[in-house]
Design a protein around this ligand. Sequence first.
Ligand code: ATP
Ligand code: MN
Ligand code: MN
Length: 301
Amino acid sequence: VKPERAAKVEQDDPPSDIKITHRDRVIFPDSGQTKGDLADYYAQVAPVMLAHLARRPVSLVRCPQGRAKKCFFQKHDSGSFGESVHHVSIAEKSGKKQPYLYVDSAEGLLSCVQMGSIEFHAWACHQEAVEQPDRMIFDLDPDEELDFADVKRAARDLEKHLADMGLVSFAMLTGGKGVHVLVPLRTGHDWDTHKDFASRFAEALSKAEPDRFTATMSKAKRKGKIFIDWLRNQRGATAVVPYSARAREGAPVAIPVTWAELADMETAAAFTISDAAELLKRAGSAGLQGWGFADQALPEL
Ligand code: ATP
Ligand code: MN
Ligand code: MN
């Protein structure tokens, strides 16, 4: 085999040392995609997804029999995922240490898929520095009666308020109902400082526009409003990772969008696991290169 031929084969083939069993098992019954389709999706988007996920403690939404059957949210495990899924020992609130998971390769992603995982959710820190958060996420959760246009307008308002404080932010469609506004940050503050900043920011917006926003989780208080979920920013919380599939109808995915693109989006579930090629192309486009990254420090609030 000539060297250039060998290199080409390696590039085109998804990572092959992870065995995916039951490739034909339908795990998205409404749209028909199988476990094999999901594995192929993750193999393709691995390079762009890992830029956001690698070495962050990760929790998984596992649905071994597909999304329509029982799913569970898994935070730790002591070794059943194989050697490409790594462990980091983290003390929980109770003081008890638990083996959390992290991945840093396509093989790691695929091992999780082999174990029935559909969604990947990450901490706002890296495994080697779990007490040093490096981003903030405002998870916009609309009341059911609101339109996606209301969510878009809210995201844009957050972007402006953050910009007023000198902070660059990025928009992600969750693949579900809402938008996440991501603020990358230099490390240097602890979880309590991040949580305090996030809660006061959300509180200030809801005080200024109580008809549009609430900073309180209760569904009753959300009537006709958008809950600015700042609780993603406390120690132990997770948020769905860019390019993660969602265990929801139609196999949607969470995707980065530019602020300009957001204006034209009609739903938070605009792309699915069948769109890997297009998502890769988008990720390489001028507007999305560098999405999610900015060298900036948390200001005083
Ligand atoms: P949507 O746009 O539909 O709201 P979302 O990903 O923001 O999608 P939320 O219900 O707002 O969904 O959840 C916010 C985050 O809470 C999730 O991204 C996830 O990381 C975390 N989460 C979800 N389920 C659990 C669970 N069972 N236990 C702990 N955390 C969870
Ligand atoms: Mn949400
Ligand atoms: Mn939420």
